[in-house]
Design a protein around this ligand. Structure first.
Ligand code: GUN
Ligand code: FE
Length: 427
């Protein structure tokens, strides 16, 4: 069956500088792929047999949002305030994550998590589970069930956390490999190699994780790097023989083109060069950085150094699942450093840049012929000020800006992954 979706506006951003838009546009979908994009009338003529779905005069279609760093067990503790990173982990995060030892508890929370990602228009995410293997398996299952595209990581930890979250390196890696094999035939949801961060890892765990990546090189690697100055000082104490924080990972085969490195606020020149040369991806998580007071990501500097940058909500340090909120916080973090992102740049960062970072460069993140049909339908009239603001916008770019800044979960009305509608707002 061929379907033609009509929207008042279509937006996507192939590069940081380039915004594409079509007024009264459409996308044609068959078997989960985009067959065509263009003006609705032309598509109607070209595909006369297509079933038409008209999303109305206040509708906007964008590519699905891509979240390159989020912790599923932390949705239930978003906004738990009062601490900077290390104290926050100890007081809020680790106690919460321990609850996921119970499979029934995890299963119920994962279902809520996946539904709420879709409600915000996220179609593709790199997700941390807890350290529990069973919970991680259930999270993969929940993502598949919900229709999400996802990389899901068992959070490897074998020191410096409560005993209930630790697992010795050998058995953790054996269980992870079993999970990798169990999910080997799936392409849409995949396990990832996820070292929580250096302080909760022994050298044995880091080495074993790197070896596992050598064996399964197309899996993504997730970890945290250079988030706060306290964390960096702790890493220096724990790994006195490593030249710097990034090297702790690199020495173990964990820094390459499959690595998603969250935060990267405090990198020195050597680390920056290393990540550039290894074609690793820096995942900017500004709402988290504000919440924990971690610092301001030097986006402009990293961009000029030609590093790959994508975005993450980093829930629960980030306090909203919406990648539109993440984009707003990115804007603010950069404005404080006297750099003002354009709407195209923000849209690119939360769609195409994430897809490229996670390896879907040929088929994800744009409303483009041949691409997978991952998209969001927004309705400007779902929030009065958005509708009013859009009515008075003086250009398509300005209208997108209004939607990015004033819209969000409230204005997302449908989320489609692989051409399948996975979420529809009750209206
Ligand atoms: N570093 C190690 N674990 C975490 C986490 O759960 N959240 C954030 N923001 N940083 C971390
Ligand atoms: Fe994180």
């Amino acid at each position: 069956m061929i379907t033609l979706h009509r929207a008042r506006w279509l937006f996507d951003a192939p590069t940081l500088e380039r915004l594409r838009y079509i007024e009264k546009g459409g996308i044609v979908i068959e078997k989960g792929r985009i067959l065509g994009r263009g003006s609705f009338n032309e598509l109607r003529r070209k595909f006369p047999k297509a079933r038409t779905i008209d999303h109305g005069e206040n509708s906007v279609i964008t590519p699905g949002f891509v979240d390159c760093h989020i912790h599923a067990p932390q949705m239930e503790m978003m906004g738990a305030a009062g601490f900077s990173l290390l104290e926050w982990l100890e007081n809020h995060t680790f106690p919460t994550e321990q609850k996921y030892v119970k499979a029934a508890y995890a299963k119920a929370r994962w279902k809520e998590f996946c539904q709420n990602l879709l409600r915000c228009g996220t179609t593709y995410a790199a997700i941390y589970s807890t350290s529990h293997t069973k919970a991680t398996d259930l999270l993969l299952e929940a993502c598949r069930e919900a229709g999400l595209r996802a990389h899901v990581g068992k959070a490897l930890m074998d020191q410096n956390a409560p005993q209930a979250l630790l697992q010795d390196a050998d058995s953790a890696l054996i269980e992870l490999e079993e999970l990798i094999n169990k999910w080997a035939d799936e392409t849409k949801v995949r396990p990832s190699i996820t070292v929580r961060f250096a302080p909760t890892s022994t050298p044995e765990l880091l080495r074993g994780a790197g070896k596992l990546h050598e064996k399964y090189p197309d899996l993504i690697i997730q970890t945290h790097l250079g988030e706060t100055t306290d964390e960096i000082a702790w890493v220096k104490e724990l790994f006195p023989h490593s030249q710097n924080y990034a090297t702790v990972y690199a020495e173990n085969g964990l820094v390459n083109h499959r690595s998603l490195l969250a935060h990267c606020i405090y990198l020195n020149e050597e680390e920056t060069r290393l990540l550039h040369d290894q074609r690793s991806h820096l995942i900017h998580c500004p709402s988290s950085n504000f919440f924990l007071g971690s610092g301001l990501f030097p986006y402009q500097k990293m961009r000029h150094a030609a590093l790959s940058i994508a975005m993450g909500s980093d829930v629960g340090a980030g306090w909203d699942l919406s990648m539109q909120t993440t984009a707003r916080c990115c804007y603010e973090a950069q404005a404080l450093q006297k750099y003002f992102c354009k709407p195209a740049e923000l849209l690119h960062l939360i769609t195409r840049a994430g897809a490229v970072a996670m390896g879907g460069s040929r088929s994800l993140g744009l409303l483009e012929e041949g691409f997978k049909a991952d998209f969001v339908v927004h309705d400007l009239s779902e929030r009065e000020v958005v509708r009013l603001r859009a009515e008075r916008s003086d250009s398509p770019e300005d209208l997108l800006s209004a939607l990015l800044f004033l819209g969000g979960e409230t204005t997302v009305v449908e989320t489609h992954v692989d051409g399948r509608r996975c979420y529809k707002k009750n209206r």
